[in-house]
Design a protein around this ligand. Sequence first.
Ligand SMILES: N[C@@H](CCC(=O)N[C@@H](CS)C(=O)NCC(=O)O)C(=O)O
Length: 208
Amino acid sequence: MSLTFYFAPMSTATITAVVLAELGVAHETVRMDIKKGDTKKPEFLKHNPNGAVPTIVHDGTVIFESTAITMYLGETFGVEKNLYPAAGPKRGEAMTWITWANVTLGEAVGRLMRHTSSWHPQDQQNAKAGEAAKADVEQRLEILNSTLTGKSFLVGDYSLVDTHVNSLVDWIRMSNAADMSRYANLNEWSKRCASRPAYAKVMAGAMG
Ligand SMILES: N[C@@H](CCC(=O)N[C@@H](CS)C(=O)NCC(=O)O)C(=O)O
């Protein structure tokens, strides 16, 4: 079995780094420097034409998009480790929340950043669009907060669903994109996710 993980520090690839650490699957990590243009080099573009990490190559098959990678690694290695549901309704719930994180919550966060962050060109920013995006981020975080009422984790016991969704929530927290103090359930859940040894290992900089 061969598994190569294309990674860059402080990027979406952190999600996959924690997923792989949880699974304990042997793999080779190729560290990319985005600022130096590694993700746009021809040898990488032949794997992922989008020029983005995370990307994995498993026994010759390329998988990109962090959602697809989490679901693929979960299905392939996570079921026997009780970190991902077997095919069936629970699998459907897992796919729902992993997809929701990137497509629904992530969409609003991306829009907020585009219109408010100094990382993005100011001449493309619109204050009203920024306010609308902020309201959408808050509404979507409240959906997650309410979903976690009376629950320790998103789908049954701790799973890669929590790994994935919490990585995005962590990023929102670290970038101060929202006032997180109003989401008590979400903050407690993040603490439970952060107490996992795999999480601590990745965050301690083993992959940073
Ligand atoms: N939708 C993709 C987003 C991946 C993405 O945008 N990755 C960024 C880092 S956060 C990247 O690799 N950028 C490389 C570049 O801009 O050259 C996913 O979820 O995997």
